[in-house]
Design a protein around this ligand. Structure first.
Ligand code: UDP
Length: 449
């Protein structure tokens, strides 16, 4: 019989990293021996030294880092400094507990050395797709943005940190991350083979990386209660949300959410509101701005909410995204193409309007619109950290209408539904991700202690 193994997970403190790592821990634990007694997951707390590095007290998520007036995240460097300071206390923990394996987020580059000290294999979790891995790797190998101005991914859509020649804090961090990855045991990917087989093969066989795909990890949340509590406290009551959705026809509602980091300006939000009204579609729109007293928000056109009563629902704050996406009333998703959201959209079997802003989101857009053919691009042309580029209402309206009821809408929806089926199969017994996770657990359990 296979030896029971003890895994350690070290997630980075950002929703888009923390959520999938917690899901992944659940996936590993669900393969444990004692299924009848529930899954066994313990939590160890480390003190995040925010104040020591000049961050406000309690600033323990990148989401909470104060921005300067022009929207810059100058204090991100302090945040990474605090993350670096976790190495010592974490090593103590490893020394005391000696897990069989450590899955640590890519941003904790020091985790490889820490684990190697105690001969613990360290797996890297990046939180991105195979497609993005391949695109970024080829980008840094061949630097096509220097030679061509007319490739399908334009120079403007290439992340700033890729194009930088001079050494900066981010290029230094990326270098450390790369070096740590080379010394680590391998990479775990939140994806499934059938979704991006060509790129999974390229990553393994051509780029020569050892990796296991174990996703989509969001599928570990089967029950509504898990979906509601996923990631953060929901700003809307579960029943209210479900009742609203129940009152709508299948595939008739548009869901709009830009993840946990993108912060649009008031004028961009107003533009979205106008586009939604003009589209005449029903929608749930997640906005990260809170309401100012009882007055109408300055970013909404006058009387907007009144006119949209029953037709559109605005959630201010955190939405139970997977619960909403999985509801049959939802027929399309306007997304910023964060990898988790992209994959959650795939699992829900909905076509997407792609509106990338920064990070590796433009790569995910290409995957959705040009490889999988289940996306309509809103037309964002420029990589702008945290903010995205301004997109005009006509483009938004055109894209959402095309996705929900254009000539290709049905074809896209069918493709999306087929991918959702494939995703579910991948994590079921005998599926590609199920088997890869099995192979990984087997390999770890066979290692001598
Ligand atoms: N999310 C959510 N409710 C929200 C906003 C985000 O549940 O109101 C979740 C979403 O389901 C996803 C994660 O937060 O799992 C965001 O990750 P993603 O990679 O899509 O984007 P990021 O926030 O990292 O830009």
């Amino acid at each position: 019989m296979r030896r029971e193994i003890h895994m350690f997970f070290l997630p980075f403190l950002a929703h888009g990293h923390l959520i999938p790592v917690v899901d992944m821990a659940k996936m590993f634990a669900s393969r444990g021996r004692s299924k009848e007694s529930g899954i066994h997951i313990g939590v160890e707390l480390l003190n995040f030294p925010a104040v020591d590095v000049g961050l406000p007290e309690g600033c323990e998520n990148v989401d909470l880092i104060p921005t300067s007036q022009d929207g810059n995240l100058e204090m991100i460097t302090n945040f990474f400094q605090a993350a670096l300071m976790l190495q010592q206390p974490f090593e103590k923990l490893l020394q005391g507990r000696k897990p069989d394996c450590l899955v640590a987020d890519t941003f904790f580059h020091w985790a490889t050395d820490a684990a190697n000290k105690f001969r613990i294999p360290r797996l890297v979790f990046h939180g991105i797709s195979y497609f993005s891995f391949c695109a970024s790797e080829c980008m840094s190998l061949y630097k096509p943005y220097k030679k061509f101005s007319d490739i399908k991914l334009t120079r403007n859509q290439v992340p700033d940190y890729v194009k930088q020649d001079a050494e900066t804090n981010s290029t230094k961090l990326l270098k450390a991350i790369k070096e740590a990855e080379l010394k680590s045991y391998g990479v775990v990917v939140n994806s499934f083979y059938e979704l991006e087989a060509t790129y999974a093969d390229y990553y393994r066989n051509v780029l020569g990386k050892k990796s296991w795909h174990v996703g989509p990890v969001s599928l570990c949340s089967g029950k509504n209660i898990d979906k509601v509590e996923r990631g953060n406290k929901s700003a809307i009551d579960e029943q209210e949300c479900l009742e609203w959705l129940e009152s709508k026809e299948p595939n008739s509602v548009l869901y709009i959410c830009f993840g946990s980091r993108t912060n649009f300006t008031s004028s961009q939000l107003k533009e979205i509101a106008m586009a939604l009204e003009a589209s005449e579609l029903q929608f749930i729109w997640v906005v990260r701005k809170q309401k100012n007293n009882e007055e109408e928000d300055d970013w909404l056109p006058e009387g907007f909410e009144k006119r949209m009563e029953g037709k559109g629902l605005i959630i201010r704050g955190w939405a139970p995204q997977v619960l909403i996406l999985d509801h049959e009333a939802v027929g399309g998703f306007v997304t910023h193409c964060g990898w988790n959201s992209t994959l959650e959209g795939v699992c829900a079997g909905v076509p997407m309007v792609t509106w990338p802003a920064f990070a590796e989101q433009f790569y995910n857009e290409k995957l959705l619109t040009q490889v999988l053919n289940i996306g309509v691009a809103v037309g964002a042309q420029k990589w702008v950290r945290l903010m995205g580029e301004f997109v005009e209402r006509e483009s938004i309206e055109k894209a959402v209408k095309e996705m929900m009821k254009g000539d290709k809408a049905e074809e896209m929806r069918n493709k999306a539904k087929a991918l959702a089926e494939a995703a579910k199969k991948a994590v079921e017994k005998g599926g590609s991700s199920y088997s890869d996770l099995d192979a990984l657990i087997e390999e770890i359990s066979l290692r001598s202690h």
